[in-house]
Design a protein around this ligand. Structure first.
Ligand code: DGT
Ligand code: CA
Ligand code: CA
Ligand code: ZN
Length: 570
């Protein structure tokens, strides 16, 4: 699995801390910190840059030596220098500098004055109040450290795409001895992250299916074994719960283990109103099973339309299903084009023609080419002259593509103050402008919101790209008032993006739903930097479905002519 940019940045920061702690050369320390910031700010994963054969030493602040170290990290998952620094230091000191409220200087103070070597030592000094006597440890700092120590190691959740990559071969492995093997739970509801995999299978011999799971090559640990239920942990740390059920209960079990829990409870209450009982074995009137083989049968008996898994969150879907008023959700086949695509003119891996042909082969009718603007120097961002050149190159590609169209676009950076990174005279020539934030993630909420709202008010902006900037499991969304941004999008006629990149999924489901309710249009876009990434569209569609979107809410379900009209702002 590729090591994420943020993980590499964290490794370099920690290395800088530990070098600092040992009184190393300040230039060497600064080099690591600077490299960490550069990597963190890259618009693309280091992994994909290496795959595309890019030379990382071309990046500012990254010389041959660091480039080699980054390649080593991507290859091995480890940073040897950091590991050896940690080993040299006593106790847990190698981990302590990363705690909130602590840094190399304070950790050294604690070690020198109070002999704090381990996290347990630290916990004790906080509890007994001894820390308060030490210079530089005011009540705020001590409170912060105490809090960080209390927190139990957060339950790790897995990105949906990662869970899916694990699930596919596993399901195939189990299909050798079972029928109807399906992953239920949050995975089937297509949540952006999942806590574990809940696999359901139909078989006569449940123990045999469990046995096969336990012997799967990726299993690290078997937690529980039984005739109908087996739990294992995969090497990645992902837990798998397997239940084997008989054919006649399959629908009931699928319904139950798909959840959500809140949805299940609401269904059970409807059953109770009829004096029935609903559980994972079926829908029962007294001891008689009146439904259970399929989900449709159970929803039907309860007087409800079939509810797609993505909607099963008890957010009002049950009342709508009762009245036959469920929204018709968008499907992958509704998508006719991709409005955020990069090429090798900036940091993409392929030529414009290659990206266009690949999109055409996927059945798309159009893409918008949206390479980076000049501020992203390390991605060779386009200045006005190169935009003009690229427009001509797009004309040449379009001449050869027959019915397929490459729209001329740009992903223009939103600067710190909300102005854009290219002049209006350039933007006005393009078919489509995606405006995105790639810097200053930590502005105060008010400022961040104002900045983005100002960008939306530029009449050339068509789409706000990855509107919250989150990277799942790596970087939180920046602090921003999404209601204000949705309101601004509505006022200005700007479209909001659902970025389908599996690490982003941004807007998320809740924000997409709110945008729809406000009457704002959305675009589901891959932000592809390579041909393979065009396939991530389905993850965006999944989140859009969780946000209750229908095809009509999404602009890239329209044929090109209609799309062009929607892109023209009032
Ligand atoms: P996750 O794994 O945290 O991403 O979320 P889920 O929804 O997959 O939750 P999980 O794995 O704990 O349980 C799978 C499904 O089993 C859940 O969606 C609904 C069902 N379930 C689990 N516990 C209960 C419960 O106490 N009552 C009811 N009615 N259903 C439950
Ligand atoms: Ca689960
Ligand atoms: Ca589970
Ligand atoms: Zn992009």
């Amino acid at each position: 699995m590729p090591v994420q940019n943020a993980e590499i940045a964290a490794m370099f920061d920690q290395t800088a801390d530990l070098l600092d702690l040992q009184g190393e050369n300040p230039f060497r320390i600064r080099a690591y910190r600077r490299a960490a910031r550069v990597i963190e700010g890259l618009p693309q994963s280091v992994f994909s840059m290496l795959e595309a054969g890019r030379d990382l030493s071309e990046l500012p602040g990254i010389g041959k030596d660091l480039a080699g170290k980054i390649a080593e990290i991507e290859k091995t998952g480890h940073f040897e220098l950091l590991d050896s620094l940690k080993k040299k230091l006593p106790g847990d000191i190698g981990e302590m500098t990363a705690l909130p409220g602590l840094g190399p200087r304070r950790v050294k103070l604690l070690y020198d004055k109070l002999k704090v070597r381990t996290l347990d030592d630290l916990r004790r000094t906080v509890k007994t109040g001894r820390l308060r006597g030490v210079k530089g440890f005011g009540p705020t700092i001590v409170g912060k450290i105490g809090q960080a120590l209390e927190k139990p190691a957060a339950q790790k959740r897995f990105r949906l795409s990662v869970a899916e990559a694990e699930a596919k071969p596993l399901v195939a492995h189990l299909e050798a001895v079972a029928r109807s093997v399906v992953v239920a739970g949050s995975f089937r509801r297509r949540r952006d992250t999942v806590g574990d995999l809940d696999i359901l299978a139909v078989a006569r011999d449940g123990a045999a299916v469990g046995e096969r799971l336990a012997r799967y090559e990726n299993v690290a640990e078997v937690r529980a074994r039984g005739p109908t239920r087996t739990t294992v942990v995969l090497r990645s740390g992902l837990q798998v719960d397997l239940r084997v059920v008989p054919e006649e209960s399959y629908g009931a079990a699928l319904l139950y283990f798909t959840g959500s829990k809140a949805h299940n409870i609401a269904l059970r209450n409807i059953a109770l109103e009829h004096h029935w009982k609903l559980n994972e074995y079926g829908l029962f009137s007294g001891r008689r099973r009146i439904a259970g083989a399929t989900e449709e049968e159970i929803y039907g008996k309860l007087g409800l339309d079939y509810i797609p898994p993505e909607l099963r969150e008890d957010q009002g879907e049950i009342a709508l299903a009762k009245g036959g008023r469920l929204p018709r959700l968008i499907e992958l086949t509704d998508i006719r084009g991709d409005l955020h695509v990069h090429s090798d003119w900036t940091d993409g891996a392929e030529s414009i023609a290659t990206m266009a042909e690949a999109a055409k082969a996927r059945g798309h009718g159009y893409i918008a080419l949206t390479d980076h603007s000049r501020r992203i120097a390390m991605a060779h961002g386009l200045d006005p002259a190169r935009v003009t050149q690229q427009m001509k190159a797009v004309d040449r590609v379009n001449e050869k593509l027959g019915s397929f169209t490459v729209l001329k676009g740009i992903e223009v950076d939103i600067l710190k103050d909300g102005r854009l990174d290219l002049p209006d005279s350039t933007l006005s020539k393009l078919d489509l402008v995606v405006a995105s934030v790639h810097s200053h993630f930590d502005l105060p909420r008010h400022e961040q919101t104002e900045r983005i709202v100002r960008a939306l008010h530029n009449p050339h902006v068509s789409i706000l790209g990855h509107p919250t900037g989150r990277l799942i499991g790596v970087r939180e969304a920046y602090d921003v008032d999404m209601d204000a941004i949705i309101a601004a999008a509505r006022r200005t006629g700007c479209i909001l993006e659902v970025n389908a990149e599996p690490d982003r999924l941004d807007l998320n489901e809740g924000h997409a739903h709110a945008a729809k309710d406000a009457g704002v249009k959305l675009a589901i876009s891959t932000d592809a930097h390579s041909v393979g990434a065009l396939a991530t569209m389905r993850f965006g569609v999944d989140q859009a479905r969780r946000g209750w979107l229908g095809a009509a809410d999404v602009v890239n379900t329209r044929p090109l002519g209609e799309l062009r009209k929607l892109l023209r702002r009032p």
